[in-house]
Design a protein around this ligand. Structure first.
Ligand code: ATP
Length: 568
């Protein structure tokens, strides 16, 4: 992330907190990593996004119905779906800090590796040596003690000018060096340009953690490596071999905590749709192709939650399972990719920041015949917003086999029975909310009260998803007729949209506060509205548009229709 991108991200995170979009979960207790709470504006933004998704994916189509499944399900679901055995990431641990990384997120590097071996603890040697003076007869003992005090370490003592002292020190060293030598080798990666001392520092820390208080590093050797081995990018320390780590949160259902009561918080919403496929097919009487949509919470014990809400441990998904015949799968995969791109454009995300990645064969789930990732250019890099995957008939087949219940579709015309295939567009609510905020965040120049230009922070949300659609202001707060009129307008608009009434502060400041939370329209009731100066302007107000800051005079009675049409 460049400095300006990371600065932009910091400003976004700070605005989110300051204006009540997103807070750290359990903040007063120091928070809990990877968990977030949505504040008064965040919840509105999220709801608008979810409602629009539901409208487009369910209400505006004849071929999709919705459902809302439970978060906890019979453990058998997760066994059959393969999640219990395989929903894991290969993880590597740092030998020094114990920090875990996803193996596929650590790039192998080229550089120099310094291998250390046979570390000895100098401190421990000195202590043992000290103690050993006890059995030396006087006056040699006092003489040795005297020398020892002057020497800073054992090495010096073994190089002492008195041959007798040297001899004694060497002998003692030979006797006691063995038990405090650590033979465990340790390697540190040095990227180009980093001094070898930094590698020694890391190695010293490593041996200190293994009980050497003052390690002396012997047996040092360096070697050039090419793009093969993985080292901790933060400190150069060697990483362990990859090991699997299951991402599902385990829990127990009922009063006993044993194997028989184990289940998991769902890591995706899709499985509820597959296991209810038969019920939905029967009651909805849909013909293929048709889909079942669901929005709901999902939980993953992510190893490295990061990038604000981008990778969280609790998040929401908007998923559609679109069932079809086998020969329609690939075509529908393309169809849904295009539909989903349109969706992102329709909520105001810039097309040039959206990208489609064709997931390569070796990175796709083994059962998938094709997967696209829809990605967005976040300030922290290009990352996945949504996966559109052709999952074949894998899931229904697995559940039919494991449950022993037929999950087949009967085709009236051909009289065929078969397990349908499925194409799945699976989007993340939280990632999309973050993309919306990142895309909308802007700073521009706007005149202040006295007409002087100042920097304005503005969220340029599409009116469709903006948390507050319209703000209503009486020009002055202590002029009763202005306040009464503004209140009337609020009542007029409330059945159609979420409006916000604000009477405090100078009008320019009130506009700024709304710009910062992305309110697209502002209505001001002034003396003209009361018809005091010009009867023709009675019952009209100024309507201000957030991005252009243009103002127009409109009749109060026309406000609902004007705003409703501009919002949608
Ligand atoms: P990633 O590779 O980023 O971990 P994924 O490919 O595992 O994601 P899917 O299993 O395809 O994700 O889930 C579908 C969608 O759910 C993702 O595109 C994303 O929008 C959302 N999602 C998945 N994991 C998380 C998470 N930890 N935090 C927030 N959203 C998530």
């Amino acid at each position: 992330m460049s400095a300006s991108d990371s600065q932009r991200m910091e400003q976004i995170v700070s605005l989110c907190k300051r204006r009540g979009f997103i807070f750290q979960s359990s903040e007063i207790y120091g928070g809990l990593n990877g968990l977030w709470d949505y504040g008064p504006l965040g919840v509105e933004l999220k709801r608008n996004l979810k409602s629009y998704w539901w409208r487009v994916m369910v209400h505006e189509r004849d071929d999709v119905v919705g459902m809302d499944g439970s978060i906890l399900m019979n453990r058998a679901v997760w066994k059959a779906s393969g999640h219990e055995d395989t929903f894991s990431d290969p993880m590597v641990d740092c030998l020094l800090t114990k920090k875990r990384f996803r193996a596929d997120q650590i790039e192998p590097q080229s550089g120099t590796v310094i291998h250390f071996a046979g570390a000895i603890d100098e401190q421990l040697l000195r202590e043992t040596f000290d103690y050993s003076f006890g059995d030396i007869p006087e006056p040699k003992r006092r003489e040795l003690e005297e020398h020892y005090r002057r020497c800073k370490n054992l090495d010096e003592l073994t190089r002492h000018s008195d041959p007798e002292v040297r001899e004694f020190a060497k002998k003692r060293l030979g006797e006691i060096a063995r038990p405090v030598r650590i033979d465990e080798p340790f390697s540190v990666f040095l990227p180009k340009g980093k001094p070898p001392e930094s590698a020694r520092k890391v190695a010293i820390q490593y041996y200190q953690q293994r009980g050497l208080t003052n390690p002396k590093l012997t047996g040092e050797r360096s070697e050039k490596v090419e793009n093969t081995t993985r080292y901790n990018p933060e400190n150069g320390s060697l990483l362990t071999e990859p090991r699997s780590f299951n991402l599902m949160f385990k829990t127990y259902v009922g009063a006993t905590e044993d194997e028989s009561s184990v289940t998991y918080l769902r890591p995706e919403t899709a499985q509820a749709i597959f296991v209810q496929f038969k019920n939905i097919l029967e009651i909805s009487r849909k013909k293929l192709p048709f889909g079942v949509a669901q929005i709901g919470k999902a939980f993953r014990n992510e190893i490295n939650p990061r990038n604000f809400t981008f990778r969280s441990r609790e998040f929401e998904q908007m998923e559609l399972e679109y069932f079809c015949r086998a020969d329609e799968g690939m075509k529908l995969l393309e169809y849904w990719r295009e539909e989903r791109l349109k969706f992102y454009e329709n909520i105001g995300i810039s097309r040039e920041k959206l990208h489609v990645l064709t997931v390569p064969d070796d990175e796709r789930a083994f059962y998938s015949k094709g997967t696209y990732d829809i990605e967005y250019d976040f300030p922290f890099g290009r990352q996945e917003l949504e996966g559109v995957a052709y999952r074949t008939d894998y899931d229904l087949k697995q559940h039919q086999q494991a449950s022993g219940k037929l999950l087949e579709y009967f085709d009236d015309e051909t009289k065929e029975k078969f397990i349908p295939h499925v194409v799945e567009p699976s989007a993340g609510v939280d990632r999309t909310v973050l993309a919306l905020i990142c895309d909308a965040y802007a700073e521009d120049q706007a005149p202040d009260e006295k007409g002087k230009m100042e920097t304005r922070t503005v969220l340029r949300f599409h009116p469709r998803i903006a948390p507050v659609k319209c703000a209503v202001f009486p020009l002055l707060k202590n002029k009763e007729p202005l306040v009464a009129k503004a209140r009337e307008i609020v009542d007029l608009l409330r059945p159609h949209m979420f409006v916000f009434y604000d009477e405090s502060g100078a009008i320019g400041r009130r506009y700024r506060r709304q710009d910062e939370i992305g309110t697209p329209f502002g209505v001001t009731v002034d003396f003209e509205t009361l018809g005091e100066k010009n009867a023709a302007l009675k019952d009209t107000v100024t309507l201000r548009e957030r991005d252009s800051m243009k103002q127009e005079r409109v009749a109060i009675k026309d406000l609902p229709s004007i705003l409703v049409s501009r919002i949608s």
